[in-house]
Design a protein around this ligand. Structure first.
Ligand code: XXG
Ligand code: FE2
Length: 341
């Protein structure tokens, strides 16, 4: 008798280990405008202005940077138990953590998924103050809410198939006749809660926060330029092919990648179709055909297992970057331009 999957509502919280908390605070709070709802010398709890839960991102001081957990909210307290049974039935590591292990979150279960990621499922959560109309408090990029996780994994097909078993549906893919290079999967009615980027893993690729409008992304760029912190800008701003979102990728002082993201689309109908992109289409990752910098494919954050140890990396046989002529089409785009001249 298969063990039923928990009813996952959405990507809801994440915890990053950072090596210098004041330095991280200057980036995430002072520059980008995240709200520090609670903090001390060891930890900062951050949230977006639209959010009603206590927080959606935890920055915790540690000797080494990395990903401590990706957390999904589930619909009922019983779904926390269901999550534990679902993963335990697959022989995967699980641990129940008491309420308050993370400030504002009730009893939760932490697991290592088959890809090697530390994943948490929780239901009970404390509500923070309602700041959605506190325009007097909004600053920087005015981050609204956590939107999705993106992870580096060597076998995107296996990742896709497991999260489909967990009840996630697929909004978009990048593929060719031989393989699936990337996939975007959702539980909430937007393009994704989790995306899989082919590469050495398990590593975190990025955590994305939704901002109200594209001008909030441009403001983030101008703020970082004004303080001579422009080196934090890795990729963009631009328009995605996949998801149609307007985007910007930043690297925090520890190298963790954050995406500011807005204007993707609704996916809530039961027959929502999957959009399939060819790996040879230069518009797939940037709709205007701009190249993707190599670091975007190659770099990610270490993932720590439930035992707190860094997860060893497994490398993929083939990567999108190599298939698509260098870092995402430099060769192809150059050739095309040469032919036009
Ligand atoms: O959120 C995303 C939506 C689209 C893309 S891509 O670069 O367009 O593939 C990347 C992404 O996963 O960060
Ligand atoms: Fe993303």
């Amino acid at each position: 008798m298969p063990v039923p999957a928990p009813d996952v509502v959405r990507a809801a919280d994440a915890e990053l280990a950072v090596t210098d908390l004041p330095r991280a605070r200057r980036f995430w709070v002072d520059a980008l405008g995240f709200e520090a709802i609670e903090e001390d010398d060891e930890v900062i709890y951050l949230r977006g202005y639209e959010e009603f839960l206590h927080h959606s991102l935890v920055l915790r001081k540690a000797p080494e940077p990395g990903l401590r957990r990706l957390a999904y909210r589930v619909r009922t307290p019983e779904d926390v138990q269901r999550a534990e049974e679902f993963f335990a039935a697959k022989g995967l590591p699980t641990q129940v953590v008491p309420a308050g292990t993370t400030r504002g979150i009730g009893e939760a279960v932490r697991v290592e998924d088959p890809l090697g990621f530390p994943v948490e499922f929780f239901h009970h959560a404390e509500h923070g103050p309602r700041h959605v109309q506190r325009y007097d408090l909004r600053r920087g990029a005015e981050p609204a809410r956590i939107d999705h996780f993106n992870v580096l994994t060597p076998d995107v097909q296996a990742a896709h198939d497991f999260y489909a078993e967990l009840g996630f549906r697929t909004s978009e893919t990048i593929e060719d006749d031989d393989r699936l290079y990337a996939a975007w999967m959702f539980r909430k009615s937007t393009v994704h809660d989790i995306a899989f980027t082919g590469g050495a893993g398990p590593r975190l690729h990025h955590i994305a926060f939704f901002v109200p409008e594209s001008h909030h992304i441009l403001r983030a760029c101008d703020i970082l330029g004004a303080t001579a912190d422009h080196a934090h800008i890795e990729r963009g701003p631009g328009r995605h092919g996949v998801s149609n979102a307007f985007y910007l990728y930043l690297r925090d002082p520890d190298g963790h990648r954050l995406e500011l993201y807005t204007s993707d689309y609704y996916t809530g109908d039961p027959d929502h179709p999957t959009a399939r992109w060819s790996v040879q289409d230069p518009r797939r990752r940037d709709f205007w055909g701009h190249d993707v910098v190599a670091s975007w494919y190659r770099e990610g954050s270490t993932a720590f297992g439930l035992d707190g140890e860094p997860k060893p990396l497994v490398h993929p046989p083939v990567s999108e970057e190599t298939v698509h002529v260098g870092a995402d089409g430099i060769g192809v785009v150059t050739e095309a331009r040469l032919q036009q001249s």
